[in-house]
Design a protein around this ligand. Sequence first.
Ligand code: GLN
Length: 541
Amino acid sequence: MTRFIFITGGVVSSLGKGLASAALAACLQARGFKVRLRKLDPYLNVDPGTMSPYQHGEVYVTDDGAETDLDLGHYERFTGVPSRRSDNVTTGRIYSNVIAKERRGDYLGATVQVIPHVTDAIKEFVRSDIADEDFVLCEIGGTVGDIESLPFLEAIRQLRNELGREGAMFVHLTLLPYIPSAGELKTKPTQHSVKELLSVGIQPDLLMCRSDRPIPDGERKKIALFCNVGYDAVIPALDVDTIYQVPVSYHEQGLDEQVCRHFGISPAEPDLSRWQSIVERVRQPEGEVTIAVVGKYTSLLDSYKSLAEALTHGGIANNVRVKLNWIDSQVFEREDTVHQLEPCHGILVPGGFGERGAGGKIEAVRFARERNVPYFGICFGMQMAVIEAARNLVGLKGANSTEFGPCDNPVVGLMTEWLKGNMLEKRRADGDLGGTMRLGAYPCALRPESRAREIYGADTIMERHRHRFEVNLDYKGQLEKAGMLFSGMSPDGVLPEIVEFPDHPWFVGVQFHPELKSKPFAPHPLFTSFIAAAVRQSRLV
Ligand code: GLN
């Protein structure tokens, strides 16, 4: 039997609801349950694919090619369960499906309304694509009280009625602010937030209370009394020094036990040793390396969430702390600034879009190549590496990407056709922007005796993509002659996937996003190898 846990958030946003949901799932998984995590987002975009990273943070891509909320990244990193298209939905998608159905005439003359038609569509989504999962955890985006989230709250209220207490549970995450002048943690915002939920017919079964300090017994009792839940169902969710501590910490506070009690099940104690050993490694590194991340959205770190995590995982694998030095690439477009990279043990240019800052990224690549500093280029970062090589090694001064407009040597060009399995995908230059990139997992064949082949220890790999442009094969011969090896190609040999310089200490550019698949308990081999190279570099400088 599949049980549903609905997680809402109150008081303020950014309480770490995604992380809390992922950590709860990890605890349940550690008790031997099969889990799945989902996110219901109240905004009107059909998916976050067209949103600026400043608005929304990173766009997380699933194997099956969905552009989703970054919380799905937390879900995967904490459970190892690959997310799917069916794990994230928005108001925009629900409405566009309902309206398409109305246009087809499928509602048979009915007046189409939020209740029941939109709420039915939400319920159908929540219950779709489930096999033998023991628990499906559904996080509702936004904060209780938002107008936008009302249809979702109504849908989960109805679902609870249909599934009963033994089939569904409401978890509400709130904040207890500390008021220094009173020297107290305040429970009133939590009380109000629960009242707000009650007004739409939802009585939470369990409260997770975020707090920066231990919650005194009196406050806990007060919350239980005013919010109509048991004392044991008020779970302190205290700040911790590393996110990997969250599952262990929530378990110690009784979170998963209370959830099991709600459903009337008493499984064995969870085995959280996986998390304990990660926390130990994070807290006691044997050294430190500094990696420069040269990008565009460096002022909002959520834009590179998975990347920052994957670099940390590379550190865990090498027993070192990875210090990230976020640099806006535009800095390097001014003269005499690139020397700022000198103290760094590795340079990474991540995914990106548009011309702004591209010149600075190319300068960073050049620095890494000429000074033998480990370089990792991801997606846009690979494309910039190819442009740099074409300009400075091959001598093609007009080398550029057609993403920025027409140019003399289009070493990176628009991808209009590619194979997805046996199907040919086609795009027009003037087509829609939403959901039309080359998205999701594609195979890549690795060249024998290349660094990539050695790192992966496999001949063929699957990695996730999100790009519209590709390295132009017409320039492969010239680039290879100049020393750049095309070490990974799509199996039909048409799309360059990995480039490297064999005579450089560590220089790898990949057209895909390996950071999306890295996990703390299974660091991605490319990140493990890159950080190992940075450790070697740190011994030189
Ligand atoms: N803008 C580039 C493209 O569309 C790179 C995309 C990316 O880095 N994700 O191909």
